[in-house]
Design a protein around this ligand. Sequence first.
Ligand code: FES
Length: 229
Amino acid sequence: MIGGLLSKRETMTSDQPSSPSETEISVVESAPKRRDVLASVTVGLGCAGACALAYPFLDSLNGTRGENAAEDDTIEVDLSAIAPGQQVIVKWRGWPVFVQRRTPDMLAALRAPGLDQRLRDPASTIMQQPKDAANWHRSVVPEIGVYVGICTHLGCVPNYDPPSTADTSGHYACPCHGSQFDAAGRAFKDAPAPYNLPVPPVTMLTPNRVQIGKSKGDPGFDIANIQQI
Ligand code: FES
């Protein structure tokens, strides 16, 4: 099911957007109430009608190639600069990937009473992640979340709404048609996105360094086989 969609997205995120209108968005660094630019991303939006279809093009993002760059497509991300509540966006396989460090309140919010009933797939039963992320926090370790930042509706990049005094949960909101995801990338009901945000293969190399592109806990995982990206 993924094959055609993946091919389409890979084409759409090429360096030649067909109908670009450039919008600059800021990657959010998110101590409560604080938004700093960690990296700027040039996004070309190919719009049809009233931007019903918007396919982002990301130019340059953070992240460093692994030592085996010639042999694989893994990247490594230094987590030491990501404060609790913050996220950075890196680029993997041409996609934006959100890397977030969660606060204790964010983790508590993922297990809030009544939340599961508002989510499409709270237990991650649909194959949108490696096996070692099919848990309540949808990640290898609870404190670090890693998600492909592509809305499962029509492919826009959701905005990160970091935790604040008024709302300590942190979540994602898609600017195109209003889909909402919690801090674990789980899609809310009553919005267009049908599936949770994809989780890429991830390995924690150290507590402050994560490798994206390989899953130690699910070595056979291939993101090409997920339900939808
Ligand atoms: S692309 Fe439509 S809600 Fe995200």
